[in-house]
Design a protein around this ligand. Sequence first.
Ligand code: SAM
Length: 279
Amino acid sequence: MTGTPGTLYVVATPIGNLEDVTRRALRVLREVDLIACEDTRRTARLLEAHGISTSTTSYFEHNERWKGARILDRVREGSDVALVSDAGTPAISDPGFRLVREAREQGLRVVPVPGPSAAMAALSVAGLPTDRFLFVGFLPSRAGPRRAALQELASRKETLVFYESPVRAVACVADMREILGERPAFLGREITKLHEEYRSGTLSELRSSLAERKEIRGEIVLVVGAAGAHPAPSLETAEDLFARLTAEGHSRRDAVKEVARALGLPAREVYRRVLPDRQ
Ligand code: SAM
């Protein structure tokens, strides 16, 4: 202990491929007095892979409050501490924000050691505008609050970046299609891992391709185009298209089928919109 406070380093770690770690991150993890990990066993794998034997302690969502205070005691007393999460950049949909805020309030030195983050990795290959984007992170898991959250985002003029669980991916993309309208979108699954997958298309195309699968595994980032950058089919569009097709001589049944295909809506939804009396 030197009598002068130490530094809290916020260190990014790989999101899959263990090679995605900077030389500086490895040096800092080797040199600090303590590594505060979201999951000590998970970080142990990274440390072992690089021959690092620094002591670790846990710092996760449910011990954040009291553990954070002890970690900052150590920094105040002169120790250098590195904060890591399970994957990617701490504090980005991960524990860390409270510790950093508290450290700053106490006037302690907080230094980032930047590196991977799934959001940035996905955005960098999505092929959607990156000049303005909104990192949304996880939407609520329950359908009602999720749909309400999407409604709030519907008019945002930035590219939207979401984290999503594989279990909810189909329902989530279906809600996006319905609430945000048709938009270009991108899915990054298992980024940098063995079974990495990158898929772009419209929200309807993504929805169909996900719905066809028996099971969806792995970690997912969804990137969705901004409002207004492309025609967003509305209730009126379905009606207009139906009217045009029937005027061109298509049967009502064929017109409904075509509207459903063109707008990526279930046929019964098209019937509900264009032929409400038939219900
Ligand atoms: N702090 C991390 C970061 O900087 O990206 C994010 C942690 S958050 C708890 C975990 C979520 O990030 C996953 O559910 C997934 O949405 C996304 N994610 C993390 N790694 C990923 C990967 N390799 N491929 C796709 N998405 C990933």
